[in-house]
Design a protein. Structure first.
Length: 332
């Protein structure tokens, strides 16, 4: 049943409606989504009812929920006015950020937002933490992105790298990860060295293929203008004129982290991403990410950006899972 067919329930005194008017009917249709699915998502996540009345939306519920849903609808409409598109992830992120922003500020925010242009698509940071992260990656030679899974740390870093590569700001992209098994022994893998390590590197290939045509990725890898390699392969090198990403850095040892950080050469940018809650190192082995965070705080040219469950851009349930684990750890 569509949203427009909903009949408002019998309402107590504190349950009233807020009526929002949207002058552009085309944008209103996009705001509502196919079969009003966007409105249904907002209803489900904020606990309100939304009724369509011409070019108006009536938001029905208690005051707190009503104000939240109205702010989300205004914010998403402002994004559409700025020429952007909205997805289920945008809706969930806007709700979880919990920001009630005046309409003029919303339009300015979405029209003046950061958008990364790659060969395949544009990429726009969705949360304030993501925007600050991207800005720091452009402005500084070494940046850390620390936070839970699904917050866009690696994805945005690769997007910035591709953007800088396309513009000629760097000559190559180097992506690396520690080849550490996540809690299970995989045994001796068949094949040559590339076939052995590629399963560990697959998330990096996935990100690249989102931003560049597959054939171009293959060609650039053959030309060594894009390198995807385990952390251990970085020893002894000087990485100049490159955009360098170390992913899953919580699984680097202290010695590996120091080795990797000192590979930085002239004209290069380096990004270190990791999640302190997902360390797969052997028991008793210190994480190089935690040590680097402690030692490099306050060093000029080094920035740290932190993400929380509010920045998760995967399935909305991922954010709730992270919050549940955090609450459990806090109560332990």
């Amino acid at each position: 049943m569509g949203i427009s067919a909903l009949t408002p329930p019998t309402r107590p005194d504190d349950v009233i409606e807020t009526v929002l008017e949207f002058p552009d009917n085309r944008l209103l249709i996009e705001l509502c989504g196919e079969y009003d699915r966007n409105l249904a998502q907002i209803e489900h996540q904020t606990g309100v009812h939304v009724l369509r009345r011409g070019n108006r939306l009536a938001v029905i519920g208690d005051k707190a929920c009503r104000d939240q849903a109205a702010a989300v609808l205004r914010g998403l409409y402002a994004k559409l006015e700025a020429g952007k598109h909205i997805s289920a992830g945008d809706i969930d992120g806007t709700i979880r950020m919990g920001q009630v922003t005046p309409r003029e500020e919303q339009i300015e925010m979405f029209s003046g937002g950061v958008e990364l242009r790659t060969r395949r698509k544009g990429v726009e940071p969705r949360t304030e933490a993501q925007k600050a992260y991207v800005a720091n990656l452009f402005a500084n030679e070494l940046g850390f992105g620390i936070g839970p899974a699904g917050t866009g740390k690696t994805y945005l870093a690769v997007a910035v790298g591709v953007t800088m590569f396309i513009s000629g700001a760097v000559e190559k992209i180097i992506l690396s990860r520690p080849a550490v098994e996540a809690g299970e022994r995989l045994g001796f893998l068949p094949g040559d060295m590339k076939e052995k390590v590629d399963p560990y590197m697959q998330p990096l290939y996935d990100a690249l293929n989102d931003f560049l045509p597959a054939k171009q990725v293959e060609k650039l890898i053959l030309e060594k203008r894009i390198e995807i390699a385990p952390l251990a392969f970085m020893r002894g090198r000087t990485l100049s004129n490159a955009f360098i990403v170390l992913d899953e850095a919580q699984n680097a040892t202290s010695m590996q982290m120091k080795m990797f950080l000192t590979r930085l050469g002239e004209g290069s940018r380096m990004v270190i991403t990791g999640d302190r809650t997902q360390v797969d190192l052997p028991r008793g082995t210190a994480s190089g990410l935690a040590e680097a965070e402690r030692i490099l705080k306050g060093v000029k040219g080094v920035t740290f950006n932190y993400f929380t469950s509010k920045d998760v851009v995967r399935h909305p349930l991922v954010g709730r899972i992270i919050e549940a684990y955090e609450a459990d750890e806090a109560s332990a």
